[in-house]
Design a protein. Structure first.
Length: 310
């Protein structure tokens, strides 16, 4: 990336569109817009308006725009195949529509891949050759960056690490499977386990509010809360050991809202990995870009190789 390149990245899929202006891997400006829910045209307009507002704020127009979209995208990112949170976006050529509106190149990618790519290029993954990133939020997204390549799968899928099965007879998952890692190591998974164990402070709290309260309780010695955080750690350790066996990782990054609980998860993760493998768990580190991981990774998509490796 040269000093003249100003790249915008946008996190698309939550209740808010989060924009970042990135120059040489550093965020120099941010902007937020509500996510419209009325169709593709409204979303493209909101994206263009947000990019315009950000350009005014930083005093320069972008040379490219990257989009991190919650959903399944075609291998080249040209088309959104399926977006569970925005079903009206299914089959939309979102990047081409925004490129026409803004008259600059636009590239789109799955939002978890953007988080992993951002951390690999400008965050906690700098210097690592082979890493996995687990984005623990409402669900569990994943990304693999191997020898400088952001791994993209065929058929619009790839690095769906949250849907690796960790308990064959476990709870049903929205993907149609059972016992997926996402059903334990996520906000919704923790909320489910809190309800099943009768953790009283969790009554009446939604997942986003419940998780910080449960983490605090575990640190204060609450046995039920500590049991839940141990279970999350076991799942992370199990995933880490399996991914390391497949890919020979030298770093495992925990991103998303749950990375605040990494101190609680790490001991049981280490024990679980030791029970599965004679090799130690790859270094388990928290994402360093915080809420900027996704937009930064999206902005830097034009640095991601796109030829060959699936």
């Amino acid at each position: 990336m040269t000093p003249l390149q100003l790249r915008f990245g946008v996190d698309v899929g939550g209740t808010r569109l989060k924009f970042a202006a990135v120059r040489q891997g550093r965020v120099i400006g941010r902007h937020v817009e509500p996510t419209p829910r009325t169709g593709v045209a409204a979303l493209v307009k909101a994206l263009a308006d947000g990019c315009g507002a950000l350009a005014d704020a930083v005093g320069a127009a972008p040379t490219s725009i990257g989009l991190g979209v919650a959903g399944v995208l075609s291998h080249d990112g040209a088309r959104v195949l399926q977006s569970p949170n925005m079903p009206w976006l299914d089959d939309a050529p979102l990047s081409a529509l925004l490129a026409t509106a803004m008259a600059v190149p636009v590239r789109a990618e799955n939002d978890a891949n953007c988080i992993g790519w951002g951390e690999a290029r400008a965050g906690a993954g700098e210097g690592a050759r082979r890493l996995a990133c687990l984005a623990l939020g409402t669900g569990l997204g994943g990304a693999l960056v191997l020898d400088g390549w952001l791994v993209r799968g065929g058929r619009g899928r790839g690095a769906e690490l949250g849907h690796l099965i960790v308990q064959a007879d476990g709870p049903a998952c929205g993907c149609g499977g059972r016992g997926c890692a996402e059903q334990f190591a996520s906000q919704t998974g923790i909320a489910r386990m809190a309800a099943e164990t009768g953790w009283r402070p969790g009554i009446g709290l939604g997942p986003a509010a419940l998780v910080p309260a449960l983490l605090d309780a575990a640190r204060d010695g609450d046995a039920i809360a500590a049991g839940i955080t141990d279970r999350v750690g076991v799942v992370l350790g199990t995933l880490g050991a399996r991914l390391d066996a497949l890919f020979g990782l030298d770093r495992l990054i925990i991103a998303g809202g749950l990375c605040a609980g990494l101190d609680l998860f790490a001991p049981s993760a280490t024990r679980a990995a030791a029970a599965l493998s004679s090799l130690p768990l790859p270094p388990l580190v928290a994402a360093s870009l915080g809420g900027d991981s996704g937009p930064v990774g999206a902005a830097m998509l034009f640095d991601a190789p796109t030829t060959a490796k699936a």
